[in-house]
Design a protein around this ligand. Structure first.
Ligand code: ZN
Length: 438
């Protein structure tokens, strides 16, 4: 049965398949009840969708509402709206008020969280289809909206947001396993820390495209790798007693050599002992890049960054005044001993009248400079800097992203060359192995 609010919208792929409107033509899957049935995983992931907006509209079919705590209004803490209904939610001063917009016009409010789900499998949040259930509650500045859904379904919504379901099947499988592993790692960490959500849906974790980003190819990739995650290999061929997922980082392109997490985030992670050479991403979009920055661009990036994160050690308190009067004389890039990526950047400023009048050196880690200039502008920490005739600075670099773990464009090329998913993963995570946990 199709719910009335699906009319005029793009239908989810599985409804179309079930209705026989599209055929799952393709490599390995023919439509049969076994392959079309979605099997739930043992894990539900909690995604933070929003914590800023203070007003939402929720609608759905046979919505089931339940309050986690006590209600401030009269009535039962749980009830079911037995038809398609529309509700307005408002969060104000620690209070969540839910108001039915049509029909019975019910109103209830609480200082705790409300759970809402539909037997149809979707709840619509401001018109967007959201799978399974929503947890809504008053937050610091707006409503906290958390989507709770099956981990395997979540991974389906990652495929077309982080990479592309039309890429070679083995490269997609490898990336799906990495994405599932990353999610499971973050879920464990969040629960250990007592956080009320597991992952953000942005580049802070993994970009989640929601139900709208799923398609038949993403579903196939998730199904054929069901429950597979990367765990640290012991190095002796023996499996650890309870395999814990590694933090399976991945990035757009490595530029020739992947990186170890301690050189990016300052500390080691289990499952990363070696970097991998990667001739596969050469020529990928943005794999080789140039960025031109003026002295003013750099000064502004430093000013805003230092305001946000604090002064770097050794910087004089009046650094900005001096940087405004001096000229940027040199940008010194110091690479790691074992890696072509930059470890530290030193910006040497000197008085226009000459070195005798004064000079200043501002040092900072290359990862910090990348964060301050903007990771979408300064694409990696592997670069050289030179001054141009017009007084600006030209940064020429390789790779797009932090460089740790799987190189997405490299994985794509490896898949096209006939490598299986297991070989792609073994290449980019040489100190991990694939385990099937469910
Ligand atoms: Zn690469």
């Amino acid at each position: 049965m199709l719910c009335p609010w699906f009319q005029g919208r793009a239908l989810p792929w599985f409804l179309l398949i079930a209705a026989g409107w599209i055929q799952t033509a393709g490599a390995s899957v023919s439509p049969s009840p076994e392959t079309l049935a979605f099997q739930r995983s043992p894990h539900q992931v909690r995604l933070l969708l929003s914590e800023i907006e203070s007003q939402f509209e929720v609608r759905g079919y046979d919505l089931q509402w339940a309050a986690a705590g006590s209600l401030l209004t009269k009535g039962p803490r749980a009830f079911r709206a037995d038809r398609a209904t529309r509700w307005q939610l408002r969060c104000f001063q620690g209070l969540l008020t839910v108001r039915e917009l049509e029909g019975k016009a019910r109103v209830f409010s609480t200082r705790g969280a409300m759970r809402v789900a539909s037997p149809a499998g979707f709840v619509f949040l401001d018109g967007v289809a959201v799978r399974e259930e929503l947890l809504l509650g008053p937050g610091k500045s707006g409503c906290r909206v958390v989507n709770v859904l099956d981990l395997e379904k979540y991974v389906e919504g990652i495929v077309n947001a982080e990479f592309n379901s039309r890429w070679n099947a083995d490269s997609v499988s490898a990336q799906v396993i990495a994405a599932r592993t990353y999610a499971l790692y973050q879920m464990r960490a969040a629960r250990k820390a007592g956080r009320d959500y597991d992952l953000k849906v942005t580049i802070h974790d993994q970009v989640y495209g929601g139900a709208a980003a799923e398609d038949a190819a993403s579903a196939r990739a998730v199904r054929r790798t069901r429950g597979m995650v990367l765990v640290a290999s012991t190095g002796k061929g023996r499996a650890p007693a309870s395999p814990a997922p590694i933090k399976a980082f991945y990035h757009s392109s490595c530029g020739g050599l992947t990186e170890l997490p301690e050189r990016v985030w300052g500390g080691p992670y289990s499952g990363y002992r070696r970097a991998s050479r990667c001739p596969f991403c050469k020529g990928a979009p943005k794999e080789a890049w140039k960025l031109r920055l003026t002295e003013k661009d750099l000064r502004e990036a430093l000013r805003l960054g230092a305001k946000r994160d604090g002064l770097e050690p050794g910087w004089p308190l009046d650094w900005h005044r001096r940087a405004s009067q001096y000229r940027l004389h040199r940008v010194r890039v110091t690479p790691w001993k074992e890696s072509p990526r930059a470890r530290e950047i030193a910006l040497v400023w000197r008085h226009p009248a000459g070195l005798k009048q004064g000079w200043m050196e501002l040092k900072l880690p290359a990862t910090r400079l990348r964060s301050w200039v903007g990771p979408a502008r300064l694409l990696s920490t592997r670069f050289d800097a030179s001054s141009a005739r017009d007084g600006s600075w030209l940064l020429e670099g390789r790779g797009n992203g932090h460089g740790v773990g799987l190189c997405q464009w490299g994985a794509k090329r490896m898949g096209e060359k006939g490598n299986r998913a297991a070989a792609i993963l073994a290449h980019y995570y040489p100190d991990a192995r694939v385990a099937k946990l469910w």
